[in-house]
Design a protein around this ligand. Structure first.
Ligand SMILES: O=c1ccn([C@@H]2O[C@H](COP(=O)(O)O)[C@@H](O)[C@H]2O)c(=O)[nH]1
Length: 240
């Protein structure tokens, strides 16, 4: 039996309080496949807060910490995150091959040591809030699609499980990197939602059609006056 398309959605709980995050998760339960907790929440609440949100939720956790440091430090942070049992953890691809390999090795070894399912390491390529006009200022070699593919190939060769990219790059990456490399895709905007600070965007259905494995969706759901209804609307758009 194939999983419903809504299982692909990780709702981004970008907020600072445990009660708010749990309440939001409750409002969208049944219409998303997992929760994403990132820097805003983690800096405010730490590992104890993460546990307080996900305990009893029975949804996979995407821990979006975007680690970026020297290999030894990132490996240590990956080991520190392991007891939270995230399904996915992010590092920045720009940290380079040695850092990516250290993260992938630490994830595998620590999950084995703790007897936990392996967390998947995802490398963030070019942030979805950046456009062609931002490449030079951020010291990156454009065009964006070429830079994303370069970073994605480097990440794959370093042994990570997948990448974070915008929906605009998904079709080309899927063709270039094959069916098993995980494509986690933010920058998702239904036609009825505001783009906010996102520059490289597509609708949920377009991103899935292009080959995205997972969609990360925050404000189109969480900033809506009725998050449950917004999530339902997206679920309907994804249902063939
Ligand atoms: O390139 C990236 C990497 C991560 N994100 C994260 O995804 C969500 C998107 O939230 P929206 O409210 O749907 O814009 C957010 O938590 C980001 O930290 C990203 O947007 N782009």
């Amino acid at each position: 039996m194939t999983a419903p398309p809504t299982d692909r959605i990780f709702v981004a709980l970008d907020m600072t309080d445990v009660a708010g995050a749990r309440a939001m998760a409750g409002k969208v339960a049944g219409m998303v496949g997992g929760v994403k907790l990132g820097l805003e929440f983690f800096v405010a609440q730490g590992p104890a807060g993460i546990r307080a949100v996900v305990d009893g939720l029975d949804l996979p956790l995407f821990l979006d910490l975007k680690l970026h440091d020297i290999p030894n430090t990132v490996a240590g942070a990956v080991r520190s995150a392991a007891p939270l049992a995230p399904s996915f953890l992010t590092v920045h691809a720009a940290g380079g091959p040695a850092m990516l390999r250290a993260a992938a090795d630490a994830a595998r070894e620590e999950a084995e040591r703790l007897g936990l399912p392996r967390m998947r390491i995802l490398a963030v390529t070019v942030l979805t809030s950046l456009g062609e006009e931002d490449m030079e200022a951020t010291g990156q070699q454009g065009p964006v699609a070429a830079q994303v593919e370069r970073l994605a190939r480097m990440a794959r060769d370093a042994g990570v499980d997948g990448i974070v990219c915008s929906p605009a790059e998904v079709a080309a990456l899927r063709a270039a990197l094959g069916p098993d490399f995980i494509l986690m895709v933010p920058g998702i905007r239904p036609a009825w939602a505001a783009a906010n600070d996102q520059k490289r965007i597509m609708t949920p259905a377009q991103a899935v059609a292009a080959g995205a494995d997972h969609l990360v969706i925050g404000r189109p759901i969480t900033a809506d006056a009725d998050p449950g209804a917004a999530a339902r609307r997206i679920a309907e758009e994804l249902t063939p």
